[in-house]
Design a protein around this ligand. Structure first.
Ligand code: ADP
Length: 165
């Protein structure tokens, strides 16, 4: 059983995340998309809202050979991965700065859980500038993020913005 954990904030899910998930489908039997409950960040969506959006958008992308599931966690990613029986942590790399950060995280996770490999996929050039943070910034300033986030996410962002007014 090749089970991978794809951990992240997913605040919100973008088409960049979806691209990584779709391209990983042939590589694993199961991918758990794990939403991090991160107390340091001031999120736009609660972890429950993020989980619900991911379930709606991503779960139907499961194939005969790869099951997609969604979960959330707090604490150490490597420990959560082990508890879930994952042998790989899946991450995406967009830029050199991503690489530097991801390298440190991967080495730390290997130190903590030597049997779990971090697997990196390079971002598609179409989405290499797409980050959840940038999507939120642009959206709040009235910019168009259609095509960069799923339609369901854009709709929920509009609702959030309405709530805040
Ligand atoms: P985190 O706070 O853990 O970085 P994110 O939700 O921002 O959580 O990202 C989760 C993972 O998805 C990270 O490995 C990140 O590099 C990757 N990722 C984010 N956006 C993209 C994108 N546009 N293309 C490819 N990978 C991406």
């Amino acid at each position: 059983m090749r089970r991978a954990l794809f951990p992240g904030s997913f605040d919100p899910l973008t088409n960049g995340h979806i691209d990584i998930i779709k391209r990983s489908l042939p590589l694993f039997d199961e991918i758990i998309i794990a939403v991090l409950r991160n107390p340091d960040k001031d999120p736009m969506f609660t972890v429950e809202e993020r989980r619900d959006m991911i379930q709606e958008i991503v779960l139907p992308m499961s194939t005969e050979n790869c099951l997609l599931t969604v979960d959330f966690f707090s604490g150490l990613t490597a420990v959560f991965a082990r508890n879930k029986g994952a042998t790989a942590i899946l991450r995406g790399i967009r830029t050199v700065s991503d690489y530097e950060y991801e390298l440190r995280m991967a080495l730390m996770n290997r130190h903590l859980e030597p049997d779990i490999e971090t697997v990196f996929l390079m971002a598609d050039e179409e989405y290499s500038y797409v980050s959840s943070t940038l999507m939120k910034q642009v959206f709040k300033l009235g910019g168009d993020v259609d095509g960069l986030v799923p339609a369901v996410v854009a709709e929920k962002m509009r609702e959030k913005l309405g709530e805040g007014e």
